[in-house]
Design a binder for this molecule. Structure first.
Ligand SMILES: C[S@@+](CC[C@H](N)C(=O)[O-])C[C@H]1O[C@@H](n2cnc3c(N)ncnc32)[C@H](O)[C@@H]1O
Length: 189
């Protein structure tokens, strides 16, 4: 398999996947992260990871050349229109029968019961921390409500992006707190 890891960081997914597959292309906008990934790979004796420092939004991959695309806790950084575009592009990069698996913080701004549960539990943890926690509430309210840096969307919204891009067998699994995994398969014609 040829695997693409979007927003790979220092390689938490890539380093585990590499021993199981032919090749991993690991992409991150941060050159520092790609250097760390390469150091970690070298230390582990892994030679089949290619690190590439480039924003996902600028990434170009030949059509139908990848079997599996994974991403962990990275895509919530993208603007919503770039999330839509990324899922569409991934569908082009995948071979027929290939898979897209995204793990990320997934919640909306209070539109459903899961959102409200996540927001309430985060608020209550931070409130208990006193002034330091209150400051974090103010900071995070800015980041999430005004959507700079952190732009999570709900599990349902991710599923819709997958379905609109033509993925089939789309499933979403809540993991813990705000973490969830959405996966889908590119159909065989
Ligand atoms: C929370 S870290 C997760 C890293 C890794 N996937 C993991 O599971 O530990 C998010 C990563 O996404 C990267 N990132 C954020 N926005 C990005 C973008 N537009 N293009 C590529 N990488 C991005 C960051 O540089 C960072 O390394």
């Amino acid at each position: 398999m040829r695997v693409l890891d979007l927003g790979c960081g220092s390689g938490q997914l890539s380093l585990r996947i590499a021993p199981l597959v032919h090749e991993v292309l690991a992409v991150d906008l941060s050159e520092v992260m790609i250097e760390l990934l390469e150091q970690n790979a070298a230390r582990a004796g892994i030679t089949n990871i290619e690190g590439r420092a480039i924003p996902i939004e600028h990434l170009r991959i030949p059509e139908a050349t990848i079997d599996l695309v994974v991403s962990n806790y990275a895509l919530h950084h993208l603007r919503d229109k770039d999330k839509t575009l990324a899922v569409k592009q991934v569908s082009g990069w995948l071979r027929e029968g290939g898979h897209l698996v995204i793990g990320d913080m997934m919640f909306g701004r209070g539109g459903d019961a899961r959102d409200r549960e996540i927001i309430t539990s985060k608020l209550s943890v931070m409130l208990k921390k006193g002034p330091g926690g209150w400051w974090r509430i103010a900071k995070n309210a800015g980041r999430y409500l005004f959507r700079f840096q952190e732009r999570p969307i709900s599990m349902r919204a991710w599923m819709t992006l997958f379905e609109e891009a033509g993925f089939i067998d789309v499933t979403a699994t809540a993991v813990v707190s705000e973490a969830a995994v959405v996966r889908g398969t590119k159909p065989q014609r």
